[in-house]
Ligand binder design. Structure first.
Ligand SMILES: Nc1ncnc2c1ncn2[C@@H]1O[C@H](COP(=O)(O)OP(=O)(O)OP(=O)(O)O)[C@@H](O)[C@H]1O
Length: 356
């Protein structure tokens, strides 16, 4: 079975975890939730560092824990990456990578070489950890976690200790892992940008419970349960750079529902990207707006309407091709537009964030 099933119940005096989820056995699943919602505790249960009685865990068909059987942490084929890589200071980078790989089999040797390549650390192998930057240390930590050929990679806020510049340096490596490795990744993050950029699947925890569990695109477009990844409700769309307007420094991103113009970030035509569109940047109109400062105009069909948090506001979900956008309108505007399910109208998108 190509999936991961985790059922854990923990009752501590001040906190209870009650999780029963099945998530894909490949790709990146982001674990999102406010501080103290149980993200690290769930990772620790999966790693066998916390023992939930009567728990169940299977990873792509292999049962690691059930009523009769509990695999100890050191037997679980997993990689664990923490906020800060704790490397042995007396060993070189290579020594750190090899540590724990008792007898390096041929298969593992390939994996070690592959980990070094994927994280771009071949020039650092003879260095000692003290001479590395925080970002380099973290890349070594991730390579070390991969070198054991894990069946699952657990990453607990791997970029949280780094400044923005270092984060931006490491994100492309994480994207490459995502594209090139077949290892499922459970990725804990507080950062909307990281989640929007890396995740395929999203699990939202709230006070030890699972609030939502589904594909990133579908979960973010749920109006019954608007998920604020950051400052606002918004969707993520997979797209491709389709054209560059050099005169105006703009890039056109094409997706199944049409095209959107955004600031040119120097990415080549054909590059797959993700764009994030926030509800506050989407508006609706009955008539084509013609000349307007908003240049992104698409045709869509309303498929859901819900109240927003404020009584004066509504969220309206619009299908544009195979993609979904969410607009925030005042209820007065919604009444004037007579918004109704199935209605076709023009969708204006003021701003698009390119996740690259
Ligand atoms: N061993 C333990 N015994 C008792 N309570 C614990 C234990 N470990 C964690 N907790 C509590 O469980 C709750 C969840 O903690 P956890 O670290 O899983 O949250 P989190 O979502 O990862 O938070 P953050 O985003 O701040 O890292 C917290 O209230 C924490 O104090």
């Amino acid at each position: 079975m190509d999936d991961i099933t985790a059922r854990f119940k923990i009752n501590w005096p001040s906190f209870a975890l009650n999780v029963d989820i099945t998530i894909p056995g490949r790709g990146v699943t982001a674990l999102f939730g406010h501080s103290g919602s149980g993200k690290t505790t769930l990772l620790r249960c999966i790693a066998g560092l916390e023992r939930a009685p009567q728990g169940f865990l299977s990873v792509n068909g292999e049962v690691w824990q059930d009523d009769n059987h509990w695999m100890p942490t050191h037997k679980r084929p997993l990689g664990y990456v923490f906020q800060e890589a704790s490397l042995f200071s007396h060993l070189t980078v290579m020594g750190n990578l090899r540590y724990g790989l008792k007898r390096i089999s041929d298969a593992q040797q390939v994996s070690l070489t592959q980990s070094i390549d994927l994280l771009g650390i071949s020039h650092l192998l003879d260095r000692k950890p003290d001479s590395l930057s925080g970002g380099e240390r973290q890349r070594v930590g991730i390579a070390r976690a991969l070198a054991v050929s894990p069946r699952i990679l657990l990453m607990d806020e791997p970029l949280a200790a780094l400044d923005l510049k270092r984060k931006q340096e490491i994100l492309p490596y994480l994207e490459q892992l995502h594209d090139e490795l077949n290892i499922p990744v459970l990725y804990v993050s507080h950062s909307p940008d990281e989640v929007a950029r890396l995740a395929d699947h999203l699990v939202v925890l709230d006070d030890g419970y699972v609030l939502a569990n589904g594909s990133l695109a579908e979960t973010l477009a749920r109006l019954d349960l608007p998920i604020r990844l950051g400052e606002d409700v918004g969707v993520v769309i997979d797209a491709t750079i389709g054209a560059i307007d050099e005169q105006w420094h703009l890039a056109r991103v094409d997706f199944s529902g049409g095209s959107l113009w955004t600031r040119d970030r120097g990415l080549p035509i054909g590059r797959r990207v993700r764009v994030r569109v926030l509800a506050r940047d989407v508006s609706l109109a009955e008539e084509h707006p013609g000349h307007s400062s908003i240049q992104n105009v698409l045709r869509g069909r309303i498929d859901a309407i819900a109240n927003d948090e404020h009584p004066g506001l509504a969220l309206v979900r619009v299908q544009v091709g195979d993609s979904t956008l969410v607009a925030r309108l005042t209820k007065r505007a919604a009444a004037e537009l007579n918004v109704a399910l199935g209605q076709e109208l023009w969708v204006q998108v003021k701003s698009v964030a390119l996740m690259e």
